[in-house]
Design a protein around this ligand. Structure first.
Ligand code: ADP
Ligand code: MG
Length: 628
């Protein structure tokens, strides 16, 4: 193939424009990205060679070499990995297969700092070379192809790239960066490159080689010799012993696999022995990724078998509700040619998944239950980011329900955050049997619910569930340690023994006296309310709406409607406070009874954040009253 010019895909052009014009801090990460690609390429070769050893072409030692030419101002990252055919070069280096580019662009355009680190998060690391280079030439040959099918890809990182066939005896890839003048001074120095490799790529399991330097007495400076030396530790981090690994190394490793700019919140590193043998190195991030809510997104746990990389989205290794966990699992038992299908069925994988789930829960528990205020704050931070995802576990992981429920944190009438079921239970009143909860759209709405009045008056704590998933949670979690969860907006209030005999008697007397008014109310609202009844639930408000025990909560019905789904139409029950001044007055106001009854209903609806079916009618009634 003679030299051909191709245009980049539109998304690539956009990325390139951003890369060359707006990334200013952490420029050095280009080296991490290119070394990581070189290492991936070697992993791929090793994997394909499992079935076809000929791909090694008599050069089985996989390695990365980094070298430079000060005259030509070029920096080369060379690997003897899988390489690329011409078609592969065109598609891998000219298009972006992954989604998420738009988010990336939007994020970078908004970002003040223009941190180059962001680039790795979106799987477009190759283009980071253009942060420092005004031309990149890639020369490669795919393993297994003849020498005359080498490829040269070259681009200035603007609109197009060139592709031609070359002769190349060695398999693998050279990425040659033609550095911009101002970058050449910084990066064409052995110590600088070594320090960047040490910072980001120490844990890469392949040797990274650079040419040794030695002191030249005549020139009075360090000169580059022809002898190569390994400049990284070249042992996969997780295979090393815990006591030899520093916090900083764990952190750098985490950032390499997660592209997170922040350190992880917690990590756990263990070698598990027994029926199934494996090493796990798992991290909990501090911040949720932008695509956390995508339940289909690939998992963050990479699977290795005996140090050979197998796949990086092994969802069989972690339950979906722990999809935020990042890390590595290296199994000693699985076959090297394990397929996705096999993974789903393997008993070893099941054991690994159970073991890893327990580890992650244990890691969270040790933060949550820690005496240290710092750990507790970390746990709360974790909860704020990932709590809603962890709640999914109640439906997904039956075996760990109890442990999960203990990890949950809520707002309550006692504190705005951080209330666990255990905290709640420890504050339960003498004789209190249920854990009282209310669901709402927001903390403010929950706090001002009239249904809470009697609980406030009696000093009984109520959990305020304001997360979108909480309605769902309530339909899966009925109790905690034998104490039922009871919505205060469902069914009649039954405070059981929390109400004394005196109060009960008085309430009955009030209800008896109110009977005639109640009948009139039922009649006036017969098309709107399923029932009208007297309640002891209210203290300051004249009325509130509740639903029957088995019915869908009105909050959930509203959420469904908002998301365009249909909700079963069930009418609410209006509960009135017979001792409220307005309700008393109404009983005596024959002429305006109908208006007042409807206003009572509409206001109860508004108070719980609902919408009126006929707002104009409500306004007309209120206007009539005000004008009278
Ligand atoms: P990612 O590494 O997340 O896939 P990159 O932008 O870093 O994204 O690389 C794009 C693709 O280019 C890689 O997936 C790979 O197919 C190909 N590639 C890049 N560098 C190399 C290399 N050194 N050897 C072989 N293929 C490579
Ligand atoms: Mg990459």
């Amino acid at each position: 193939m003679t030299k051909q010019t191709h245009a980049f895909q539109a998304e690539v052009k956009q990325i390139l424009h951003l890369v060359t014009h707006s990334l200013y801090s952490n420029k050095e990460i280009f080296l991490r990205e290119l070394v990581s690609n070189a290492s991936d390429a070697c992993d791929k070769l090793r994997f394909e060679a499992l079935d076809n050893a000929a791909l090694y072409e008599d050069a089985p030692n996989l390695e990365v070499r980094v070298f430079f030419d000060t005259e030509a101002k070029t920096l080369t990252i060379r690997d003897n990995g899988i390489g690329m055919s011409a078609d592969e070069a065109a598609s891998h280096l000219g298009t972006i297969a992954k989604s998420g580019t738009r988010e990336f662009v939007a994020r970078l355009e908004g970002e003040q700092k223009k941190d180059a680190n962001l680039i790795g998060q979106f799987g477009v690391g190759f283009y980071s070379g253009f942060i420092v280079a005004d031309r990149i030439t890639v020369e490669c040959r795919r393993a297994g192809l003849p020498a005359d099918q080498g490829v040269r890809w070259s681009s200035e990182g603007t609109g197009e790239y060139e592709l031609e066939t070359i002769d190349r005896t060695t398999r693998g890839t050279d990425v040659i960066l033609h550095l911009r003048d101002e970058e050449a001074d910084e990066f064409l120095k052995t110590w600088k490159l070594k320090s960047v490799i040490g910072k980001y790529s120490d844990h890469i399991s392949l040797p990274i080689l650079m040419k040794k330097e030695s002191w030249d007495d005549e020139k009075k400076e360090q000169v580059v010799t022809d002898e190569w030396e390994t400049v990284n530790k070249a042992a996969a981090l997780w295979t090393r012993s815990k006591s030899d690994i520093t916090d900083a190394e764990y952190q750098a490793f985490y950032q390499q696999i997660s592209y997170d700019t922040q350190p992880p919140l917690a990590y756990t590193h263990n070698r598990v022995e027994g029926r199934s043998e494996y090493t796990q190195l798992l991290f909990v991030p501090a911040k949720a990724p932008f695509d956390l809510w995508n339940r289909d997104k690939r998992g963050g746990v990479k699977l290795y078998v005996k140090r050979v990389f197998i796949m990086d989205d092994a969802e069989a290794l972690m339950p979906v509700y722990l999809r935020f966990v990042k890390g590595v699992i290296d199994s000693a038992d699985l076959p090297l040619n394990v397929s996705r299908e096999l993974l789903q069925e393997s008993r070893d994988v099941k054991a690994i998944r159970e073991g890893s789930t327990k580890r992650v829960l244990g890691m969270l528990e040790s933060l949550a239950d820690s005496e240290s205020a710092e750990d507790k704050a970390k746990y709360q931070a974790f909860w704020n980011e990932f709590g809603a995802v962890l709640k999914e576990g109640i439906g997904e992981d039956f075996a760990n329900r109890e442990r999960l429920a203990k990890l949950f944190r809520f707002a309550s009438t006692h504190a705005d955050e951080g209330v666990s079921f255990a905290d709640y239970v420890s504050r339960m009143k003498e004789g209190q049997e249920a854990i009282y909860v209310i669901t709402a759209d927001s903390l403010t709405a929950a706090k001002s619910s009239p249904q809470l009045e009697i609980f406030r008056k009696k000093g009984i704590e109520v959990l305020l569930l304001v997360d979108r998933v909480d309605e769902w949670l309530l339909s899966h979690l009925y109790e905690f340690e034998g104490k039922p969860l009871q919505s205060v907006a469902k069914g009649a209030v039954d405070l059981g023994t929390l109400q004394d005999e005196e109060e009960k008697k008085q309430a009955e007397a009030v209800a008896e006296a109110f009977k005639p008014t109640l009948d009139k109310l039922k009649d006036a609202l017969k098309d709107r309310a399923k029932d009208v009844r007297v309640t002891t639930r209210l203290v300051d408000s004249p009325a509130c709406l509740v639903v029957e025990e088995g019915d869908m909560s009105s909050h959930l019905a509203r959420m469904l409607k908002q998301s365009g789904q249909s909700a079963p139409k069930s009418q609410p029950i209006l509960e009135v406070n017979a001792e409220h001044a307005l309700v008393k007055r109404m009983a005596a106001d024959e002429g305006r009874f109908d208006d007042l009854a409807n206003i009572l209903f509409d206001q109860a609806m508004l108070a719980e954040g609902g919408q009126l079916d006929d707002p104009a009618a409500y306004v007309a009634r209120v206007t009539r009253l005000l004008a009278a």
